[in-house]
Ligand binder design. Structure first.
Ligand code: HEM
Length: 188
């Protein structure tokens, strides 16, 4: 966490508009990834299954690119300090969840990419170009990496329950300004 804290330390008055759009774009991608990932092996074999594998891999690559871009923007622009009205426990919990989500939206796609490389299968991004392999072909390695990918994805899902629960609580119960901080100006 110390490394993440140093990387994301810069403070600003608000979230950059670009960070807000990237946040909601990432959320849309992750809502596609979480149910499709575990379903892939159960889909009817053939065109449907292959298309969903390609989409899951391509959108995973998009999540990785959006995460890198978002962390870079945050490093230069900064992000607002935790909302003033939070109790120390709420503040610590939300900072932990945010940092953990940043780590996981980088780590989970990388693990999926490496596991698929080790399987070995080429990853085609939206049928436009192939990604270079991240790991050598090796069945045992692929299995271990897929397990790690699964655990990382499951951790995202678990953290999101708290994250989304917290966000909705602020919006509909506490009626404070926390939810609005992440809403792009043109949606307000
Ligand atoms: C689905 C994937 C999602 C991921 C990976 C994600 C990740 C994050 C991260 C890392 C932050 C911290 C931003 C920063 O301080 O730099 C954040 C903030 C926030 N997220 Fe999400 N989020 C997701 C979905 C959602 C959803 C569905 C909601 C609402 C229902 C939501 C509401 C918020 C709000 C309101 C903030 C701002 C909190 C504050 O101002 O302290 N997020 N999100």
């Amino acid at each position: 966490m110390g490394f993440m804290r140093a990387l994301l330390a810069k403070k600003s008055e608000n979230y950059a508009e670009a960070s807000k759009w990237l946040h909601w774009l990432t959320a849309a991608c992750i809502f596609f990834q979480l149910p499709t990932g575990p379903s892939l092996e159960y889909l009817p074999q053939g065109v449907i299954q292959n298309t969903f594998y390609d989409l899951h891999r391509s959108i995973g690559f998009v999540v990785l690119c959006l995460a890198v871009l978002r962390i870079a923007i945050r490093m230069f622009y900064g992000a607002p300090a935790a909302y003033g009205g939070l109790t120390p426990l709420e503040r610590r919990a939300s900072v932990f969840v945010h940092y953990a989500l940043y780590v996981l939206i980088v780590l989970t796609p990388l693990l999926g990419w490496a596991a698929t490389s080790a399987y070995p299968v080429k990853i085609s991004v939206f049928w436009l170009f192939d990604l270079p392999p991240l790991a050598p072909a090796n069945e045992a390695l692929s299995k271990a990496l897929f397990k790690a990918h699964e655990i990382a994805a499951f951790s995202i899902a678990t953290l999101l329950v708290a994250h989304i629960g917290g966000a909705l609580m602020h919006r509909f119960w506490k009626h404070d300004g926390v939810f609005a901080r992440m809403v792009p100006a043109r949606w307000r």
